[in-house]
Design a protein around this ligand. Structure first.
Ligand SMILES: [Zn+2]
Length: 146
């Protein structure tokens, strides 16, 4: 277990996505344009026409993932996560008229009518995310030992 403390909260980025926009790709683009390297999602809601995500399928030491693409009208009920060193790690909850889906947001997820998302910049946080020897993304101090 490790904890990392930022100096504080900096700017807040509010993104408005419209029909056909790519969710993850657009967020990455906005973060890069603003020069935001570290952030937390404070809100994310909207609707999707295509959800691309993966989820775990077992209990082995290294994760085995199942990748899914769902294409139908869906509510984006929630999206949470952390941006570390410019790389988002987001999980989302989406639902169609019958069921809900949860998983790790992948590129290709597409907005139906709109998505509104806000992210709060974390200042003074020198952390990187690297895969450990079990292929699990793990946070390390930027200049510290891996
Ligand atoms: Zn994940």
């Amino acid at each position: 277990m490790k904890g990392f403390i930022s100096k504080g909260i900096g700017r807040v980025l509010v993104v408005n996505l419209q029909r056909g926009d790519l969710l993850l790709e657009s967020i990455k683009e906005q973060l890069a344009e603003a020069g935001i390297r570290n952030a937390i999602v404070t809100s994310a809601i909207g609707s999707l026409q295509k959800a691309v995500f993966h989820r775990v399928t077992g209990m082995e030491p290294s994760p085995v993932d199942e990748f899914l693409t769902v294409e139908k009208p869906m509510e984006l009920a929630s999206l949470q996560g952390v941006v570390i060193d410019g790389e988002p790690h987001f999980h989302m909850v989406v639902s169609d008229l019958e069921q809900a889906y949860t998983g790790h947001l992948e590129e290709g997820t597409t907005v139906l009518y709109l998505v509104e998302i806000s992210l709060a910049e974390l200042t003074g946080l020198d952390v990187v995310r690297k895969k450990n020897d079990l292929n699990i993304a793990t946070l390390y101090p930027k200049d510290g030992p891996a």
